[in-house]
Design a protein around this ligand. Structure first.
Ligand SMILES: Nc1nc2c(ncn2[C@@H]2O[C@H](COP(=O)(O)OP(=O)(O)OP(=O)(O)O)[C@@H](O)[C@H]2O)c(=O)[nH]1
Ligand SMILES: [Zn+2]
Length: 360
């Protein structure tokens, strides 16, 4: 079994906190009693959060030898209102044994290397529901799963995911499924300017190329209903159902309220860490309200050059009459569908609230 994922799971080294033992105190100068201040929870163990379900967090210890030993934890009061999401690296105290009924406490959350926010459309009837909440932390890669047919590829969706990936500093990977039904040329042609890595998947196809992309890192899978994402997850992690079964037992009920779940990829080669995938059932796409018009452009490198002569602070929308993007496209420098997609994303952000605008 070994210890796959160990490398990924390492928490950043804890900063040494100085206490009075580090200072030579000249005796006799003060009558003030010395208090020993020690770093809190020195004995805490590092873990990766793999499920979140109604206030209960399924964690895998970084020192775990077992593939499926899940420690259930709750937040310690000292965390305040900080959210804990799938992918978070946390410090656990209390009963970290993982035996049934045991409950640990999360006392620290490591600084996140990346965050992905869900689209704020789950509940747009309340200001709270319109907030873009962080759903996944510390992902290294976003795997955008799109079918080549049945359902047809939706480049608008892929574009949105690309922008989210570039904004979060997460590497995108295009995973084109149902390659047995249609060829990838139209999609690849649309992204010709982007140098976008991709893999093709069809039933019984060899997944080793995809596994190589997934090795040694944490990848988030996102895709529309029907594109074959569940099929793919079950092929990548043949015992995913069992893993999720364990999780529901932990959550004591339905698993459907969980918005993301991390699954350890099986070890297929002797060497190296096969990595983790985070499946995101129920997450339709990622929120972009916090992304500026200029940053949105990072998902459209083929349009960037077309904006250099725009007036200062140009919003690049169709309503910005002096925007030079229209001319850029009209003269054939970029695909009109790309500009249309960029502008759809620009306008889709209107009405979404940036979670960071909200008082904590
Ligand atoms: N032809 C073909 N069909 C596939 C392929 N992958 C999956 N399917 C079929 O596509 C349908 C949808 O697959 P799912 O894996 O359920 O799709 P999903 O993306 O998980 O969709 P939801 O479960 O609705 O989220 C199923 O009938 C699969 O058998 C493929 O590579 N080629
Ligand atoms: Zn412009």
């Amino acid at each position: 079994m070994g210890r796959p994922g160990d490398r990924e799971l390492k928490l950043p080294a804890r900063k040494r906190e100085y206490d009075e033992d580090d200072v030579r105190v000249r005796p006799g100068r003060s009558s003030r009693p010395r208090t020993r201040t020690r770093p809190k929870h020195e004995d805490a163990v590092g873990a990766l959060v793999i499920t979140v379900d109604r206030g209960r967090y399924g964690c895998v210890r970084e020192d775990s030898d077992s593939e499926d030993e899940i420690v259930t934890a709750m937040r310690a009061r000292e965390l305040g209102r900080k959210s804990v999401v799938v992918g978070d690296r946390v410090a656990l105290v209390g009963d970290v044994s993982g035996t049934p009924g045991a409950l640990a406490r999360i006392v620290r959350i490591a600084e996140r290397t990346s965050v992905l926010r869900r689209t704020a459309d789950d509940d747009d009837t309340t200001p709270e529901g319109r907030l873009e909440r962080v759903v996944v932390a510390n992902a290294d890669q976003l795997v955008i799963v799109s079918a080549l047919a049945d359902p047809p590829p939706r480049t608008g969706f892929i574009d949105r995911c690309l922008v989210a990936a570039y904004d979060a500093d997460v590497e995108p990977l295009l995973c084109l499924t149902k390659a047995d039904l249609a060829g990838p040329a139209p999609v690849l042609d649309y992204y010709a300017e982007l140098d976008l890595p991709y893999v093709l998947v069809e039933p019984d196809s060899d997944l080793s190329e995809l596994r190589e992309h997934l090795a040694d890192r944490i990848s988030v899978l996102v895709g529309h209903s029907g594109v074959g994402k569940s099929t793919l997850v079950n092929r990548l992690v043949p015992d995913a159902l069992r893993a999720v079964g364990v999780v529901s037992a932990v959550g004591k009920g339905r698993h459907t309220s969980t918005s993301a779940v991390a699954l350890r990829l099986p070890r297929v080669k002797k060497k190296g860490d096969p990595g983790w995938i985070i499946d995101t059932p129920g997450i339709r796409s990622f929120g972009l309200a916090h992304v500026s018009a200029e940053s949105l452009l990072h998902g459209f490198p083929d349009l960037v050059e077309g904006t250099v002569d725009c007036p200062p602070n140009c919003g690049h929308t169709a309503a910005d009459v002096d925007c030079t993007l229209d001319a850029w496209v009209a003269t054939g420098k970029a695909d009109a569908r790309r500009l249309a997609s960029y502008r759809r994303l620009l306008s889709s952000r209107a009405g979404e609230l940036d979670v960071r605008d909200q008082p904590e």
